[in-house]
Design a protein around this ligand. Structure first.
Ligand code: NAI
Length: 268
């Protein structure tokens, strides 16, 4: 387990609850926080503080003595600009300021929607490397691109280390054909967090966070720097979900799937 406590934002969310349970089971000391109440019994070796990411001073206090911040809090779906702005931009800044004060590493839950308007690779076409251009597929994806860039700046300017996960689709099981490419199992997420927090050095790095899926859209990234390899695979779900597609040519063309079609007005 890490020598210092780890702060987890978004602890009451879908992924936060999994991480709170699994990381404390590994012996980690966690400080959990969220604007929503924590819906489960607070695990041993964890404490929960209800707080808005808008509270920068509160975050400084919560991060005191922490060696890493797992930043999973904020708006997690496409929403109007004004809804995304506070939690995902101002809140992210508060997290980075707290990390700078503590010399802590930030683990940021970024998203495939930061690059969602790249086309899906067809056949044997090259997979997308992590240093590709940002092509955010909405205000949510834009906030994730900004988050990765903020990590870039805090590393270059202040030496604040950060590991950015471009999470595909992290659910108990793949639910549609697209997720045969994008699915990340909970177990692979937990091992990814372990690797990102405990690696001796990370610098600024970006990782495609999906399981070992043969249908993946994604190629090279910085996983070797933290020593992570996914072990699970979506391929075993092909018979179950391989036929579930949208029938919408925009959605099927782009990596971001359904998000690309929200409010889409470009025409054909
Ligand atoms: P979620 O929506 O279940 O959890 C996000 C949590 O953030 C919620 O508990 C919410 O109460 C909290 N939150 C929202 N605004 C807040 C504020 N102003 N102050 C404090 N807390 C606030 O989302 P989920 O699925 O657990 O995702 C976690 C992170 O991973 C998010 O950043 C999301 O964008 C990212 N992600 C998740 C993916 C997935 O497949 N689940 C895919 C790509 C990225």
């Amino acid at each position: 387990a890490p020598a210092k406590p780890v702060l987890l934002t978004g602890a009451s969310g879908n992924l936060g609850r999994v991480l709170a349970r699994e990381l404390t089971a590994l012996g980690w000391t966690l400080r959990l926080t969220d604007i929503a109440p924590f819906p489960d019994p607070v695990p041993e070796r964890a404490s929960f503080t209800r707080m808005d990411l808008a509270d920068g001073v509160g975050l400084l206090r919560l991060a005191e003595g922490c060696g890493a911040i797992l930043h999973f809090g904020g708006i997690s779906v496409e929403q109007p600009f004004g809804t995304v702005l506070g939690p995902n931009i101002q809140g992210l800044y508060h997290v980075y300021e707290a990390a700078r004060r503590e010399r802590a590493r930030v683990i940021f839950a970024s998203s495939n929607h930061a690059i969602g308007f790249h086309e899906r690779p067809q056949g044997n076409a090259a997979k997308l490397d992590v240093d590709c251009a940002f092509r955010p597929d909405g205000f949510y994806g834009l906030s994730k691109a900004y988050g990765e860039l903020m990590g870039r700046t805090y590393w270059d300017k202040h030496g604040v280390e950060n590991v950015n996960f471009r999470i595909g689709s992290c659910f108990p099981e793949p639910a549609e054909a697209r997720m045969l490419a994008t699915w990340l199992s909970f177990a692979d997420l937990v091992r990814l967090c372990e690797a990102a927090v405990t690696a001796p050095r990370s610098g600024h790095c970006v990782i495609w966070a999906c399981s070992n899926n043969p249908a993946s859209f994604w190629g090279r990234d910085h996983r070797d720097r933290i020593g992570w390899q996914p072990r699970d695979t979506a391929e075993g779900f092909r018979d179950k979900v391989g036929h579930i597609t949208s029938g919408n040519p925009v959605i099927e063309r782009y990596q971001g799937g359904g998000y690309t079609a929200i409010d889409y007005s470009r025409g054909k």
